[in-house]
Design a protein around this ligand. Structure first.
Ligand code: ATP
Length: 350
């Protein structure tokens, strides 16, 4: 049995609404895993997190944590009895308490001496050992977030839940905090679920990502698998940029005939479905003088690490393809280019 087991969780906020906020979500999480719930606004990420925390009761389904049923039918273990730590988007620190007292707050069952010792320990862990006597408004956003994490870790929870933990941080700090938070969670062997709508957050911190849409799970996979083998058009487009095209499966089950010609898949298809769709990642298209595919560049957008080209394949009336080219290559709109496609970045999608 997994460490955290969600079975067919559904949440209807109002009995008379037909569309559930979360619909039949099942998820198994192992001890020490870091999981991201990723999806657009309103897809049910926060509701799922709140049901695990115990702030909302599922309309249907069960939740088990560390071998204990914490939510089933009408029965629910109270949030404070679940041994789950929570880090909120706005950190929710008490402004009138020092950093150390903020951290000690969640330890009210502990003896005072033990509380102080544990607060020092976790503040040290998050690199804020010398900040205990300051107040939250005397700390930067990144430091406040580390205090929130220290406070959540202090009672040695079974599980940490983080709701959009990086969204209040600017780009540079965000990157650093992704690294810091992951390091701290790994060092402490903490199992964590992170809610985010940002693909980069999810890719940087997670062992596995759960992509949701309209209350339903679309795919559960490691970041690499999710990127290389998106299950459907929604995942392919939500997780990175892609070129979607319709085609016909060839008899060898390894190529798909499309408007740009035959495209090779990373592996053989398991079944013969005639009409299929494929996703081709822009970085899977490599410019090459003798490339198999030819087209005319319509636009060039400089992206810093690469330049994004839109290329109209010869004679095609379909949408132009998006291709990433190295920044050192001189290309202008109107240039004629040839390219090959790396099969590893081509996937069959539903
Ligand atoms: P965001 O990224 O914008 O926070 P989310 O993916 O976390 O979105 P949820 O907050 O879980 O999405 O909301 C899922 C659906 O449930 C939405 O349609 C939302 O309007 C609805 N919802 C959320 N909370 C409540 C509530 N307390 N009462 C009624 N409906 C709610």
């Amino acid at each position: 049995m997994s460490f955290l087991h969600l079975k067919d969780i559904t949440k209807l906020y109002h009995k008379n609404t037909e569309i559930p906020a979360v619909h039949s979500v099942s998820l198994n999480i192992e001890k020490g895993e870091i999981i991201s719930l990723l999806g657009p606004s309103g897809c049910g990420k926060t509701t799922t997190l709140r049901m695990i925390a115990g702030f909302e009761q599922p309309s249907e389904g069960t939740i088990e944590l560390d071998g204990r049923m914490i939510s089933s039918g009408e029965k629910a273990v109270a949030p404070e009895k679940r041994n789950i730590g929570m880090v909120f988007q706005d950190y929710a620190l008490f402004p009138h308490l020092t950093i150390k007292k903020n951290v000690m707050f969640g330890l009210n069952q502990w003896k005072t001496r033990e509380k102080r010792k544990r607060a020092d320990e976790v503040l040290d862990l998050v690199g804020l050992a010398s900040y205990g006597n300051r107040y939250p408004n005397e700390l930067s956003g990144g430091q406040q977030q580390r205090v929130a994490l220290a406070r959540a870790l202090a009672p040695k929870p079974n599980l940490i839940l983080m709701d959009e933990p990086f969204s209040n941080l600017d780009a540079g700090l965000r990157e650093k905090m992704r690294y810091d938070v992951t390091r701290i969670l790994r060092e402490t062997g903490t199992t964590a679920i992170i809610v985010t709508h940002d693909q980069k957050d999810a890719f940087a911190v997670s062992d596995r990502i759960v992509v949701m849409k309209e209350g339903e799970v679309q795919q559960i996979a490691s970041p690499k698998e999710m990127y290389r083998c998106p299950k459907n058009c929604f995942v392919a487009q939500f997780v990175g940029k892609t070129n979607l095209m319709a085609g016909t499966m060839c008899q060898d089950l390894k190529h798909v005939d499309t408007h740009i010609g035959k495209v090779c898949l990373a592996s053989h298809s398991e079944e013969m479905i005639e009409n299929v769709k494929i996703s081709i990642r822009p970085e899977g298209c490599r410019l090459s003088e003798e490339g198999r595919y030819n087209g005319v560049v319509e636009t060039v957008t400089y992206g810093g690490e690469f330049q994004e080209l839109t290329v109209r394949l010869n004679g095609s009336t379909e949408e132009a393809m998006s291709i990433y080219a190295p920044v050192e290559t001189d290309i202008e709109p109107g240039s004629v280019v040839s390219f090959d496609i790396t099969p590893e970045l081509v996937a069959l999608v539903e």
